[in-house]
Design a protein around this ligand. Structure first.
Ligand code: XIL
Length: 432
């Protein structure tokens, strides 16, 4: 009887809404909520406080671009990018690499190149940079902004385009060879409106790549919404249409002029409605960090306070939108109530949502208000996202120690990586 009462209480507490963007996205639907990060701001503690609290995914805003990583031909420079990757990965945030091949922010030496010399330099750049970060990047924006605006549906003219129409697929093949485990994305802006010629042209390219086996895994919609390119009512159709090609979709650089709550809420709900929409990245934390700071397009004001749009996004993430692709089989049996083999408090596992490739777990601690819990994961499974605790890892990456940070329930998402049966084990619960 006592056990049954305990179980009922646990269900109630695991249904409580999470209070940060990343935790809500992860806990409710296995998604991420991320932000662009500038290395120069990592020394600003007001900035990193919000970053570390709210986000579980990071995209370097400029530090992985071609001019940053290969300022002189053949001389690679990774310091700022490495700093961001280290900051993110030590906190279990996933990293989106941005970007390997682009017409913009090229170093001077590349701007002056053409023909096969440029093609080879571009491919070498892709190979070197993807190799340097191999194993650390969840998704690469392999190619950025390769299509023209307007009604032509044509490729954008650029030095890279003039090396031949196959430059995009060549870049994807080089990235795949260098980092076979990263997901490879095509990223662009003004591909939000399903009726736009540019959207249709990118769609046809992805369709062609899929049919010919060119290694593309995902499409990124930058989604910089302004007066000029506004949030379209058919955005969800665009997301689901790309997804129907067998690629994931990501909202990669979201910012909206004046941050209207409605538009932010709708964009969030559109992503939640499409199973293959893996997450949302906003293009900066505070308005003062934005590349369009004059338009105040972000979720935090210059003082780091949450804006109305923040509340709208958080509520949408928490809104109980049914997780979009859960496996309908019962939750894993595993060891839901295994008592800790050691320690002086009790940590109880509640299995969460299971998807095809990953599952959530929450753990509730009783018998202590401050505590540390040791949890073991079975390789090759790997924890990809955590919430509501402070997490650290042993050198194997399979054993995590979680310290309380105010909540008596913490949670995490585990990628199955081919092993769908193993479940986390509580090793100990220690008060204090
Ligand atoms: C922007 C950065 O935010 C600025 O700091 C930089 O000066 C220019 O680039 N599309 C992209 C991003 O893919 O890389 C751009 O980032 C914004 C538009």
């Amino acid at each position: 009887m006592g056990l049954l009462v305990g179980a009922a209480v646990m269900v109630t507490s695991s249904a409580q809404a999470a209070t940060t963007l990343g935790a809500s996205a992860a806990e409710r639907s296995g998604r991420y909520f991320g932000t662009a990060v500038a290395a120069s701001r990592l020394s600003d503690s007001a900035y990193t406080t919000i970053l570390n609290r709210e986000f579980n995914q990071v995209t370097p805003e400029n530090e992985m671009k071609i001019d940053a990583t290969e300022p002189q031909q053949g001389q690679f420079s990774y310091g700022n990018a490495d700093r961001i990757v280290q900051h993110a990965r030590s906190r279990n945030m996933q990293v989106r690499g941005h970007t390997l091949a682009w017409h913009s922010q090229q170093p001077g030496w590349m701007q002056n190149m053409s023909g096969s010399t440029l093609r080879n330099a571009m491919l070498n750049h892709v190979t070197q940079v993807a190799t340097h970060f191999r194993g650390q990047i969840a998704w690469w924006d392999v190619v950025n902004e390769a299509f023209a605006d307007g009604s032509s549906g044509a490729r954008r003219d650029s030095n890279l385009q003039r090396t031949g129409n196959d430059w995009i697929e060549a870049a994807f093949r080089a990235a795949d060879a260098a980092d076979p485990n990263a997901q490879l994305c095509y990223n662009d802006y003004n591909i939000d409106n399903w009726n736009d010629a540019k959207t249709q042209a990118v769609y046809r390219m992805v369709q062609d790549f899929r049919s010919r086996g060119v290694p593309i895994d995902c499409v990124g919609l930058q989604s910089h919404f302004t007066g000029g390119s506004n949030y379209p009512s058919n955005y969800r159709t665009t997301l689901s249409s790309f997804a129907a090609l067998g690629v994931d979709v990501h909202i990669t650089e979201l910012d909206i002029r004046n941050a209207p709550s409605d538009a932010y809420r709708n964009v969030t709900n559109d992503c939640l409605a499409v199973a293959r929409c893996k997450g949302i990245t906003v293009w900066g934390i505070r308005d003062s960090d934005s590349w369009r700071s004059g338009e105040s397009p972000l979720l935090f004001n210059g003082s780091g306070q949450k804006k109305a749009a923040y509340d709208a996004v958080l509520a949408a993430l928490n809104n109980g939108t049914t997780p979009t692709n859960p496996v309908t089989t019962p939750p894993p049996t595993g060891n839901p109530t295994t008592p800790p083999p050691s320690g002086n408090c009790t940590a109880t596992i509640t299995p969460g949502t299971v998807w095809g490739d990953r599952y959530n777990t929450s753990v509730t601690v009783s018998g202590a208000s401050t505590w540390s819990v040791v949890v073991a994961i079975t390789a090759p499974q790997k924890v990809s996202t955590t919430w509501s605790g402070s997490f650290s890892w042993d050198s194997s990456g399979n054993v995590m120690t979680v310290r309380s940070n105010g909540s008596n329930t913490f949670g995490f998402t585990t990628m199955m990586n081919g092993n769908s049966s193993a479940r986390p084990q509580i090793r100990s619960c220690t008060a204090g």
